[in-house]
Design a protein. Structure first.
Length: 285
């Protein structure tokens, strides 16, 4: 769960910042031959992103240097195709208009493949995500599974789909008089404070967010139960851009075959979120 977004958007204008990526390199000639002529002539791939969502795409305070799994994967795709990667940072609601009007070639920014979005876009699913409960390790002895959260308090980001997910899960696994109490609080930092102060016993986060948290603060947090509501982030293309989609799909396969994809996942502690196959329009809901 990244941000809530209307799935059918008008072609509104967007203000964006162009941020140069990797320098152009000699790529795989066979893969590059599959590119549309206009892209090959331009010598670059324009990626639409929406900052900031670590560990997927972000920059450090006071810096304009882009970092994150999506950024590194985009640069690797462009380099393999012998192209330069450029990034346009736009507001999240402007991502679809940015691509369908041709101002960017594709979206790569923790953007979920959803059936309703497939009416406007084609997706290459490249990253597994989902919802997870987590807590600080001092709760590990008493809270091992989701059922152990019955009667407990869980802090959840205000206004997100995680709120409904946690409430509905509690209703499905807990006795009527011992449901999960969900409190809505804006930020992850505040959720952790609530847990440490004893006002909540757990929180909810996206899989990649928890993996990043455990990488940044090793030994302090743990996952409760399994990943729920599993879904996939997709690289998104305008429907008319099937030739570019197929070229990028073949390039991702090559990056996976030679280990580059796994190396980038490992760089950000995201190995668990890797996919076995890069499916096109794999979402069924």
């Amino acid at each position: 769960m990244k941000r809530l977004l209307p799935t059918m958007l008008g072609l509104a204008s967007a203000t964006f910042i162009s941020l140069a990526g990797a320098a152009q390199a000699t790529g795989d000639e066979k893969l590059a031959a599959a590119l549309p002529d206009a892209v090959r002539t331009a010598g670059k791939l324009n990626f639409a992103i929406s900052l900031a969502y670590p560990p997927m795409e972000y920059n450090d305070a006071g810096s304009t240097e882009l970092k994150g799994f999506d950024i590194d994967l985009a640069k690797a795709v462009a380099e393999r195709l012998g192209l330069t990667a450029e990034f346009q940072n736009v507001e999240f609601p402007q991502l679809i208009p940015q691509v369908v009007t041709g101002r960017s070639d594709m979206i790569i920014t923790a953007f979920s493949d959803k059936v309703e979005r497939q009416t406007q876009l084609d997706f290459i699913d490249y990253f597994k995500t989902g919802n997870v409960f987590y807590s600080s390790v001092d709760h590990e002895a008493e809270i091992k599974t989701e059922a152990d959260l019955c009667g407990k308090t869980v802090a959840v980001a205000t206004g997100t789909s995680w709120v409904t997910w946690a409430e509905e899960l509690g209703k499905s696994i807990c006795p009527p008089g011992k449901l999960i109490t969900v409190i809505q609080i804006p930020t992850q930092a505040e959720h952790i404070m609530q847990i440490r102060q004893g006002r909540a016993q757990a929180s909810v986060i996206g899989l990649e967010g928890l993996l990043d948290l455990m990488k940044q603060e090793p030994g302090k947090f743990y996952q409760i139960g399994d990943v729920g509501d599993v879904n996939y982030y997709g690289i998104a293309f305008a429907k008319a851009n099937g030739e570019l989609r197929d070229a990028v799909h073949a390039t991702l396969d090559a990056l996976k075959a030679d280990g580059t994809y796994t190396q980038i996942l490992d760089r950000y502690g995201l190995k668990e979120a890797g996919v076995e196959e890069f499916k096109i329009n794999g979402a069924t809901k």
